[in-house]
Every structure is written in C-alpha cells, then in structure tokens.
Design a protein around this ligand. Structure first.
Ligand code: ADP
Ligand code: MG
Ligand code: MG
Length: 247
C-alpha cells in the first residue's frame, strides 16, 4: 500500500528526513516510535503534502500512485488520512459542516454525487457512536473549546466518515485520559482494521499499543528508521529507552 524509499526532506532548509525507507502492506498496523525531534511529525506532514516540507530525494508509492506528485487534497481523495498531533481550531465552521464538505469534496474527485443531508447525518451518527461522541459536540465549531481528548475523538470521527485506506496518526494518544485512550484505540480498530486498510501510528508510549496491537514497530532516529521489530520492540523501548535499544 505504501512504499517509502530513501525519502529525504527539509523543513526551513534544515534536513530532517535523511533517507527513510518503510513499506506498509494492506492489512498491517505499523508503529513508529522515536525520541523528540527525530522527525516523526515531519514524516507525517511530508506524506500529507503540507506546504513548507520539501522533498529533496527518494520516492513514495501509495497504492500504485506517485504520492509526491499529488496535491494534498488529491492525496486525501486517494485515501490518505493524517491525524494531527495538534488539531487546528476552525471558528465559525461546525464539525458537521466541515465533515460534510470534506466528504463531498472527496466524493467529487471520484465522480460521485454529494451525499444527501439525511444520508450524511446517518453516517455521522454511526461514526460518532463508535467513538461515543455526542452529536451535539459535532454541531459546535471545529475543535473550538474542545479538550485534548475531545479533539482526538472528533478526529477519529472524521476518520470514520472519510474511511481512508491509510491512516497516519500522530500522537493520537497524547493528552488522553485512560477512558479516552481506550475509546480512541477501539475506534481505530473498528475503523481501520481490515483488508485493504493500513495504519501508521506515531507514538511515544506503549499504552496505545495495548489497544491497537501493531504488527511492526520501528524506531525513527536521526531522520531514518534505525531499527524494526515486532510488538515486543515497543516494550523493550519502554523499559530501556531509545538510546540503549537503537544505538
Ligand atoms: P518529532 O515529531 O519526532 O518530535 P518533528 O518532526 O516535529 O519531530 O521535528 C523534527 C525536527 O524538525 C526538530 O528538530 C524540529 O525542531 C524541526 N522542525 C520542525 N518543524 C520546523 C519548522 N517549521 N521550522 C524549523 N524547524 C522545524
Ligand atoms: Mg514530538
Ligand atoms: Mg511530533
């Protein structure tokens, strides 16, 4: 589904990704862990096509397409979803308006008619239910005044509505209390487990991986993957730290 080969990227002319390679097959869940400033968020933003993140080398194939040649909205329409470490607030636009626009923009790229209001509300209710997220919250402006946990759950509802092929989730567990962590973990499993889907979880901690069991765990340090293993690698990292395990 995703084949990253030798990817290099700069932010503000500073080299951050330095020849990163990673392959994710459909049906797999991968976790990337790594010290602060290693380039984890930069990897997510670069794959999402965020302005300011400049690719200086390498290639990324997403489901048979040259991902790097696509505009950000085309990447989303192709089935790439990026969950942000710091979700943005959008005053004056309700979650429901935002989600409906996003979904219909995606359908348009695929030559599909916009979803009717009633069909959209039905879909939104289903997905909000999975995350135990109140529909009233979805009537409020995007993320404005939401707690950290509410922002992450709103983002998981968004993921459920957009139904991506590949979700890259950047520290979805940060700022979550124990119940919200479990609900988000179960939401990720419900939405993203299955044939034709894959997840890249970026996380500092093992605890999210207790709910969303990864098939592979990678350590990102110095702009590339320096070590890969199975779920046991996350436990080893938590016990011994990055320096000992990935030196
Ligand atoms: P991680 O998510 O692994 O903690 P990041 O990808 O956020 O790391 O950051 C990697 C490096 O890139 C850090 O040294 C950070 O300071 C730098 N960086 C990120 N964004 C910018 C920016 N907009 N301008 C300058 N440096 C940046
Ligand atoms: Mg960080
Ligand atoms: Mg980060």
């Amino acid at each position: 589904m995703l084949r990253i080969e030798n990817l290099s990227a700069t932010v503000a002319d500073k080299p951050i990704l330095k020849g990163l390679s990673l392959t994710i097959n459909a049906g797999e869940i991968h976790a990337i862990m790594g010290p602060n400033g290693a380039g984890k968020s930069t990897l997510g933003y670069t794959l999402g096509g965020r302005p300011g993140y400049e690719v200086t080398g390498g290639s990324v194939d997403f489901d048979g397409q040259d991902l790097l040649a696509l505009d950000p909205h085309e990447r989303a329409a192709a089935g790439l979803f990026l969950g942000f470490q710091y979700p943005v607030e959008i005053a004056g636009v309700s979650n429901l308006q935002f989600l409906r626009e996003a979904l219909n923009a995606q359908r348009k790229v695929h030559g599909e008619e916009p979803l009717s209001g009633a069909a959209f509300i039905k879909l939104a209710k289903e997905q909000a239910g999975l995350l135990r997220f109140d529909m009233d919250m979805l009537k409020r402006p995007v993320n404005v005044g939401f707690s950290g946990g509410e922002k992450k759950r709103a983002e998981m509802v968004q993921m459920g509505i957009l139904a991506p092929k590949l979700a890259i989730l950047d520290e979805t567990d940060s700022g979550l209390d124990i119940d919200a962590l479990r609900i988000c973990g179960e939401g990720i499993n419900a939405i993203m487990r299955g044939p034709g889907k894959a997840v890249l979880l970026i996380t500092h901690y093992q605890r999210l991986l207790d709910y969303v069991k990864p098939d592979f765990v990678h350590v990102l340090a110095g702009g590339r993957i320096v070590k890969s293993g199975g779920p046991e690698l996350a436990l080893e990292l938590e016990e011994q730290g990055y320096e000992a395990v990935a030196a």
